[in-house]
Design a protein around this ligand. Sequence first.
Ligand code: ADP
Ligand code: MG
Length: 265
Amino acid sequence: MSTASTPAIVFDQLTKSYSSAGDAPQSALGPLTGTIEQGSFVSLVGPSGCGKSTALKLIAGLLTPSSGNVSVHAKNDLSYVFQDATLMPWASVFDNVYLPFKLAGVPRAVIEEEVMASLDRVGLADRAQAFPRELSGGMKMRVSIARALITDPKVLLMDEPFAALDEFTREKLDDELLDLWRAQKWTVLFVTHSIYESVYLSQRVMVLSQNPGQLIGDVQVDAPYPRGQAFRESTVYFEACRAVSAAMRGGPPGFSSANAEAHSR
Ligand SMILES: Nc1ncnc2c1ncn2[C@@H]1O[C@H](COP(=O)(O)OP(=O)(O)O)[C@@H](O)[C@H]1O
Ligand SMILES: [Mg+2]
C-alpha cells in the first residue's frame, strides 16, 4: 500500500460569486485554500446555501472561478453523482447507464459488458431491463452511481446523493459506497448536510460556514474501515460528531490554528 500522499484536488484562494440581473455580485464561496489527498474519503458539510454544490461544480469545471483556482489531478477521470438520480424515465436501467456512451457514439455491443459489470457492482445486474418507475429510491440512486462508475473514475464527486432516502436505506448505501471505495481506491468528495453521515463515512470532514462558504473546521476521523454499528457507538464517532457540530456553530473544538486564524479576520 502506498503511504505517500499525493494531492488529488488543490484549492488555491478559490472564490465564486454569482450576479443576478441588476444586483451586485454575491459571494457564494471562499476564499478556499486546501488540499484533498488522493485516495481519501472526504466530506464537505455545511448549512444549506453555503456553497457546497458550487464547490463541486467548480472542481468538475462546470463553473468557472471568480478568482483563485482549483486544480484536479485526474481531470479526465472525474465522475459526478447528483442529488436526484436524474434517470431518464423512458429508458431502461441498462440504457440509463449506457446513455452517456450512446451520446458519445459508442456502439452498444462495445460497451455492453462494462455496463453490466457496473450494474453488478451496485447489485442491480438483474434489474437491467427494468424502468426507473419500477425501482425504489435507493435502487434509482444505485443506477445513478453505476452510471458514474462505468468510466472507472479516479475522483468521485457526490452531491448529497442519499439525502432523499429513508435512514435505513441511506445507511445501507453508505456501507455499499464504502465497500466500493475501499475496493476501487478512488478519491471521494462527498457533500452532505448530515453531520452523522459525514463522520460515519469519512476520514476527514471539511466544514463550511454560511454565506460565503469558508473553511471553518477540518476534522479528522481516525477510525479504521470497515466501519459498522460498533463505530456508530464508539467514542471516536461521538467526539468527531461533536467536533463537526461545534465547528458548524463557529467554536472550538475541531479548529486547526490556521483555520481559527482565517476565521478571526
Ligand atoms: N446559478 C446561480 N445563480 C445565482 N445564485 C446562485 C446560483 N447557484 C447558487 N447560487 C447561490 O449561491 C449560494 C450557494 O449555493 P449552493 O452552492 O447551491 O449551496 P449548497 O449546495 O451548499 O446548498 C446560495 O446562496 C445560492 O442561492
Ligand atoms: Mg447543494
